[in-house]
Design a binder for this molecule. Structure first.
Ligand code: AMP
Ligand code: ZN
Ligand code: FE
Ligand code: FE
Length: 287
């Protein structure tokens, strides 16, 4: 029997390509013991799962991944992702804030398309959404996928690196909450805020990263996503050590997005990630 978990999964409620129902089926097939659906700025996937009920043998945490502004003292392009776990789905402040973030993402899409049109690409919003599930939250990955389909980019990565990422010609800023707000929203809803994929911040093994963790912890951060497909074993060791030293919970997940991140498998990342169930047990005792 498998003794593993995956606490970072995107569904069609944001930019994953499997519905919450399909995610449950796959988690059972893979013998995972616990999962969380952590969509970008929406909890509709978690709501769907809890309304329908869980298959026997699978444990589930409510989840979200909030895109927050970087800390002023640690500037970086783009956003800092704060994961939230085991919060109350009906919390009013959390729901209201997430609606505002969803609106910001919706309002940004036409502006990205306008920039791409000015760069000479024949793209319309209608053509981008014709390939997406109804009810999914359209964002840059869907635009990137359409660019690949039309031959405007070689891959999703290429579309981001050449046009869509922060600092690139079709990038458009969007409203984001501050880290302190994201952390407080999750805590006030009874949940556990966790810093997502620290390795993607490209800060390396450095005292500056440790000072940033200290600041986030003072804001109420409770955990760090230590186990992540793109973390080298050296980084994983460093984050695990740092988390223990700063009394933070250790979490892990694959950031599964279905075919929008085709190299990443649910539960195992590039194929060799194994996140132990004991992390889940530790996490739920802290709720
Ligand atoms: P958005 O919601 O429009 O801000 O898009 C954020 C999503 O874009 C995240 O799910 C990321 O997985 C994806 N993303 C960001 N940068 C890249 C990249 N360089 N390559 C592929 N996907 C990316
Ligand atoms: Zn995503
Ligand atoms: Fe993320
Ligand atoms: Fe993610």
């Amino acid at each position: 029997l498998n003794d593993h978990i995956d606490l970072h999964i995107h569904s069609t409620a944001s930019d994953g390509t499997l519905s919450p129902a399909e995610i449950l089926v796959k988690a059972i097939e893979l013998n995972l013991r616990a999962i969380a659906i952590t969509d970008h700025d929406t909890i509709e996937g978690s709501k769907w799962v809890l309304a329908k009920g869980l298959p026997a043998g699978l444990q589930f945490l409510t989840g979200v991944e909030i895109s927050a502004n970087p800390l002023p003292a640690f500037p970086m392009p783009g956003s800092l992702h704060i994961l939230g776990y085991a919060f109350h789905l009906e919390d009013l402040h959390l729901n209201r804030s997430l609606y505002r973030l969803q609106k910001a993402r919706r309002d940004r899409n036409p502006r990205i398309i306008q920039k791409l049109n000015l760069l000479g690409f024949d793209i319309s919003f209608e053509s981008v959404i014709s390939d997406t599930d109804p009810g999914c939250q359209i964002g840059r990955p869907h635009i990137a996928r359409y660019m690949v389909k039309r031959g405007y980019a070689k891959s999703l990565e290429d579309a981001f690196n050449t046009y869509l990422s922060a600092g690139k010609p079709a990038y458009v800023e969007k409203f984001r909450v501050e880290c302190a707000q994201a952390i407080k929203l999750i805590r006030d809803a009874g949940g556990i805020p966790v810093l997502a994929h620290p390795g993607l911040l490209n800060m390396g093994i450095d005292e500056r990263f440790e000072s940033m963790i200290t600041v986030l912890k003072s804001m109420g951060l409770r955990g760090m996503e230590v186990y992540y497909p793109d973390h080298t074993s050296e980084l994983t060791f460093y984050y695990a050590d740092l988390a223990k030293h700063h009394d933070l919970l250790l979490t892990g997940g694959t950031d599964f997005h279905g075919t929008l991140k085709p190299d990443i498998n649910m539960g195992s990342g590039y194929g060799d990630l194994a996140i132990p169930y004991t992390l889940y047990e530790k996490l739920i005792t802290e709720c």
